[in-house]
Design a protein around this ligand. Sequence first.
Ligand code: ATP
Ligand code: MG
Length: 426
Amino acid sequence: MSQTLQAIRGMNDILPDQAEQWEQFEELIRDWLRAYDYRPIRMPLVEPTSLFSRAIGEVTDIVEKEMYSFEDRLNGEQLTLRPEGTASCLRAVLQHNLLYDGPKRLWYMGPMFRHERPQQGRYRQFHQVGVEALGFPGPDIDAEQIAMCSRLWDDMGLEGIRLEINSLGQSEERSRHRADLITYLQQHESRLDADAKRRLHTNPLRILDTKNPDLQSLVEAAPKLIDYLGEPSLKHFEGVQALLRDAAIPCRINPRLVRGLDYYSHTVFEWVTDQLGAQGTICAGGRYDNLVAQLGGKPAPACGFAMGIERLLALWTAQGFKHERSAPDIYIVHQGEAAGRYAFRVAELVRDAGFTIHLHCGGGSFKSQMKRADGSGASLAIIIGDDEAASDHVTLKPLRDAVEQRKVAFDQVAESVAQLIFGNEE
Ligand code: ATP
Ligand code: MG
């Protein structure tokens, strides 16, 4: 016997009950983004591999080991399933010269692919909502993006999501800090684990966000980037904090918040919950002023963030979100050939009037069809037998209230249905 085919590990089906929660979330997201005048953009799922190595950096986890890369069999091009959206978004913006008439606020939503070890909250195909503001140099846009997130948590009724922020300054400041950090870590090289040793000369900043408990005291005492920031960087960081104070959004400065991607500068932030175990970061972002130029564009400042939809929805469920199964307004049951053809016409007629209709398909006795009508959650059944078909009538049977069923003529159906359904709601 052949074995049933399975989805690829770490790539999940989103089944109807769950998919309806996703749709509800997506509706909320669209309204929320419109409230801040962000416009949608959609990029391909596959990009040239070089885009990501250039944008994200050769020595990051993503580029070193997490990308799904392959060669196009026909022309030998090196391609990659996008592991994140910022690089693609900027590629699209530059390719189509979208910044020609000023700054832009853009957003996208969709699947991302990373070859990680699958576990709760960490998948190989996962989904992000990404937001990018391009061409804005000041701290106001950083703070607005943080306030946006805060509003979304409120809109979703979520609680207990902490904000952590930090500043990564500018590249000269980071290089001076990096040199001192390497010297410091070298002095304690015997205490480093294999991962930290590997990163010592490639990406030492990442060592600061190690999860290894044995390294905590070492990294606590390491030189802090914030002590290397000059006046303009501090002013930017202070500007963000002042706006957050005005908006009454509490935050904690976490000097070890460094982000996994190389392209960040100045503000970085993360929203974290304790309710999802080890995968507690639901949203992360910050400023990346050098990326546009790094990708060959005319320099333009930029700030953005991405949230992990799976983690956010898991939190929503954990905090009491109840999924309501979508139900049709009306379930149409019918028996006999003439009745079937007539039912088809009735269904379209009532859909014209704006109702959602489940037309029974596949035959069966009236009894078994009525069982399905009940299970569908519809508030009304339309019953059509040979009698009804022959006389151009239908029988309307309320399913949720003790109201008598009644027979109405074809041209009265829409009106009577409206009466029964809206009448019920009052
Ligand atoms: P982590 O430290 O958890 O690996 P990251 O720094 O790699 O996160 P980002 O690249 O900043 O994550 O992505 C933004 C958000 O996308 C994360 O905060 C998280 O919510 C979500 N995310 C990232 N990777 C995954 C994944 N493999 N599965 C599910 N969600 C993810
Ligand atoms: Mg990661």
